[in-house]
Structures are given as C-alpha cells and as structure tokens.
Design a protein around this ligand. Structure first.
Ligand SMILES: [Zn+2]
Ligand SMILES: [Zn+2]
Length: 138
C-alpha cells in the first residue's frame, strides 16, 4: 500500500487534490475556485504549497494539473473519500448527497490507519480505488 502522509498537507489541499483527481484534466485557478468553493487567497496559498510538494504544476496565469506523483497521491486520497462515503451511507444511513459532502471534508482529516480500520471492519479495500462507492458528481 502506498500510504500518504496526512500531516503534510492541510484539509483544503486535500479537497483540491480530490477534485483534480475527479476532473482528470488541467483547470484554470478561477474555475477551480468555483468548483472547490475556496476563497481566492486561500486557494493561492494552497496551490503554492502543492507546487512546492511537487504534487501539481502551475505556471502563473496558466492552468493547474497534477504531476504523476500528484495523481498517485490524489487517487489514494480520493479513495479515502470513497471509503468514508460508503461507511457513512452503510453504517449511519446518511443520504448520499450528505455523505458525499461530509466525506470530502473528512478525507482530509482521516489518517491511513483510521481508513485501514474501517476497511478491516467492513471488508473494504484500501489498496484498490473504488470510485463506485461515490455516486455523485462534485
Ligand atoms: Zn463522493
Ligand atoms: Zn490511505
């Protein structure tokens, strides 16, 4: 398993990575801001941090895209979102739309250890990406 270091990045960084994984193509920061609903100044510092950690490429005024390392990291992170979403729907009977939005926020805060515990308990896979656990568009 390719574990991620959850202390390295903040919750908003995770939200951006999760979105970029779903989006699958370059996006302009102005459009990204609307999609992830993050304030302009916060998004700027988020993007700078992601460039520094080599997870995205972003030239000033140009589009943002995931590096191959970023793609791997984002896929793992999105999988956390999918697993949490399934957990919320199956165990707490949350409505899908609520489970999805809670999962996006929680994915940035859950450690791999915690995800692993959920996977063990409910027989889910931490290693394979499970987009089918998420039924909603962003
Ligand atoms: Zn979802
Ligand atoms: Zn993990």
């Amino acid at each position: 398993m390719n574990q991620i270091s959850c202390e390295l990045l903040k919750e908003k960084d995770h939200r951006v990575l999760d979105f970029l994984f779903y989006w699958k193509r370059p996006i302009r920061p102005g459009d990204l801001k609307k999609e992830v609903r993050i304030k302009h100044s916060t998004l700027n510092s988020t993007l700078k941090r992601l460039v520094e950690t080599q997870l995205i490429t972003w030239e000033k005024y140009g589009p943002v895209s995931l590096t191959s390392q970023g793609m791997e990291y984002a896929a793992h992170l999105s999988n956390h979102h999918f697993i949490i979403e399934k957990f919320l729907v199956d165990t707490l009977d949350l409505q899908k739309i609520q489970a999805h939005s809670e999962a996006i926020h929680l994915a940035g805060a859950f450690s791999c250890e915690l995800i692993q515990k959920i996977c063990q308990k409910y027989d889910l896979s931490h290693d394979t990406i499970n987009p089918e656990y998420c039924t909603l568009d962003y």
